[in-house]
Design a protein around this ligand. Structure first.
Ligand SMILES: Cc1cc2nc3c(=O)[nH]c(=O)nc-3n(C[C@H](O)[C@H](O)[C@H](O)COP(=O)(O)OP(=O)(O)OC[C@H]3O[C@@H](n4cnc5c(N)ncnc54)[C@H](O)[C@@H]3O)c2cc1C
Length: 550
């Protein structure tokens, strides 16, 4: 895979050299790209700083085999450019990563975005200078720049985490993290491969590696509830239909809680007979995408008894698909109900465990003791490996923020402010950090969304706000303490209604591989995208109520 960079590592700025922009954006994924386009077209001077060598964010970094959408491709692309919608043709209903990266590179070409992006530029600090009213950023090799407004577009799943297993550095075979997968082709043929992790990424990787590896050993700490993706190529007829109905597709997304094409069923699970319930679950299980998760009875994610019926249904499906009954039991989660964590969508994932070259190590009964030069030692024995794949995920939502030393008024550290859980206004600004906007940040509807739909809303809101503030001569915006407190309380209230918040997961800020991330704190916004949009519109219509402007 070629490196898509157009700029090499920028040189460190000479002492005293600190170019000034109206706006600095950190990150050139879908959020940063669209934000650059919108602000630049309104005449703002904008510079984007991106750690990677090209555009695309998630789809630039996650090149592991099997990486693909769980959102329908045609509901995921940008909606703002009718010409782009007609030009671009998705080849599959759930496109694989190379295609999505090609799409985003095409967008960057079409909008000529790269000229305002510095690649290979990992921002390590951002400090607000109160006297000058500017943000100064510094990147990894000492370069600097400043701007009146700082917008983070650093991504909810962009800070990869490694497991805290002794001996990781001792392994002498090939080792890869899925979130920083190399650009060169990686072959599994004839190799003894170990995969650590069975979340959404692990599931996609395992399905693919099992096809060619001599042996595949899956190290599973806790199983997840998976459901079939049912991917298929898009036929010429479907292509025509999709292109003719983008308005309806995006309208449907706008109306739904998470901006997917799937809308919750208005019925409750117990309102129907057992036979009707079973038939409905069968129907959803046979359909493509997230319908079984978010297009289900409206109470399956909030009512335990309702959730139990669905959980039981999925458990029976797993038992039916895995030949060895004892193995099937190991693949069935016991500590949470279906859908209360991110649901991995799969293609013959469970059937992989019927293959003779695949073996599951259940780490709950046989934990890893260490990694050594030749493989992984568990309590029960040694697994000789040629390759280890870490599918151990991300320090989600707040991780990419924590990796930058962000200082607001009086040197206040964002990392410290959020240590006990994020506090935000609309998931877009933080008290004590004037002129900082956090696209797809914690407490923002975008974190629990068919994300590009919410990215467009976030970016449109910030763009309109900056344009209006410029017209009004306002140079500083920061939420009031009251607005922040009220929004944070509201976010937590929306979470309390859901079973999510009773389970350890990245939705709840839990990551056992990251110090300080062992206490549950709700990172998402569960009030739904329509309610979130309504609130943002109302704030804007009232002169940006809740923000102190000067
Ligand atoms: C494997 C995978 C599959 C996914 N599938 C779906 C899906 O089907 N549907 C869906 O809605 N969402 C999905 N997501 C979520 C996905 O992250 C979003 O859809 C979307 O791509 C987020 O765009 P973004 O621009 O906000 O963030 P990102 O795409 O993560 O981009 C953030 C960028 O910021 C850069 N950055 C971070 N920190 C710094 C720094 N300090 N200095 C400079 N640059 C920095 C990163 O390098 C990155 O390029 C998936 C995520 C993953 C990992």
């Amino acid at each position: 895979m070629p490196d898509t960079s157009t700029a090499s590592v920028p040189a460190a700025s000479p002492p005293g050299d600190c170019p000034h922009y109206d706006v600095i954006i950190i990150g050139a994924g879908m959020s940063g790209m669209y934000q650059l386009h919108r602000l630049r077209s309104l005449g703002f001077t904008v510079r984007v700083f991106e750690a990677g060598g090209g555009v695309g964010g998630t789809w630039y970094w996650n090149r592991y085999p099997g990486a693909r959408f769980d959102s329908e491709s045609w509901s995921y692309g940008y909606s703002f450019d009718p010409e782009l919608l007609q030009q671009w043709e998705w080849s599959e209903h759930f496109a694989p990563q190379p295609e999505t990266l090609r799409y985003l590179e095409h967008v960057a070409d079409k909008l000529d975005l790269r000229r305002d992006i510095s690649f290979n530029c990992r921002v390590r600090s951002a400090r607000f200078d109160e006297g000058a009213g500017v943000w100064r950023i510094e990147w990894a090799n000492g370069g600097r720049a400043q701007a009146t407004w700082l917008i983070t577009a650093v991504g909810p799943l962009s800070a990869p985490t490694m497991p805290t297993i002794p001996g990781v550095a001792d392994f002498r075979g090939e080792a890869y993290h899925t979130g920083t997968w190399p650009h060169h082709p990686v072959s599994f043929a004839g190799k003894r491969v170990g995969v650590i992790g069975t979340g959404a990424t692990g599931v996609q990787t395992i399905q693919e590696v099992a096809k060619t590896a001599a042996t595949l050993t899956v190290f599973q700490r806790s199983p997840n509830w998976c459901a079939p993706l049912h991917n298929a190529p898009i036929t010429a007829e479907e292509q025509q239909r999709i292109k003719a109905s983008y308005d309806e597709i995006f309208e449907r997304c706008r109306e739904s809680h998470g901006c997917f094409i799937h809308k919750a069923d208005p019925r409750k699970a117990m309102e129907v007979t057992e036979a009707e319930r079973e038939a409905f679950y069968e129907k959803l299980y046979a359909e493509p995408g997230f319908g079984i998760w978010i297009g289900n009875f409206r109470d399956v994610l909030s009512d335990r008894a309702a959730n139990d019926t669905l959980t039981d249904f999925i458990a029976r499906k797993i038992r039916a698909r895995v030949n060895d009954p004892a193995l099937a039991e190991k693949l069935i989660p016991r500590n949470h109900g279906f859908g209360t964590r991110r649901v991995p969508l799969e293609t013959r994932y469970y059937e992989v465990y019927n293959q003779p070259n695949v073996r599951l190590v259940d780490l709950r009964e046989d934990p890893i003791e260490r990694i050594d030069a030749t493989g992984i030692r568990t309590r029960a024995g040694h697994h000789d490996l040629d390759m280890i794949i870490y599918a151990t995920g991300f320090d989600a939502v707040t991780g990419a923020f924590d990796r930058i030393d962000i200082r607001g008024r009086g040197g206040l550290s964002l990392r410290k402010k959020w240590a006990g859980g994020p506090r935000t206004y609309l998931g877009l600004q933080v008290e004590g950090f004037p002129n900082l906007f956090t696209l797809v940040g914690p407490h923002n509807s975008a974190t629990f969304c068919n994300i590009p739909r919410c990215i467009e809303q976030n970016v449109d809101f910030v763009t309109a706000m900056l344009a209006e503030l410029r017209d009004r001569g306002v140079r500083r915006a920061e939420p009031t303490p009251q607005a922040e407190a009220e929004w944070t309380a509201h976010v937590n209230e929306t979470g309390e209604k859901l079973l999510f918040t009773q389970v350890d997961s990245w939705f709840m800020g839990i990551n056992s591989n990251v110090p300080g991330k062992q206490t549950r704190t709700f990172l998402l916004y569960a009030g739904g995208a329509p309610a979130y949009r309504e609130k943002c519109d109302e704030v804007a219509a009232n002169g940006y109520r809740g923000f102190a402007l000067s």
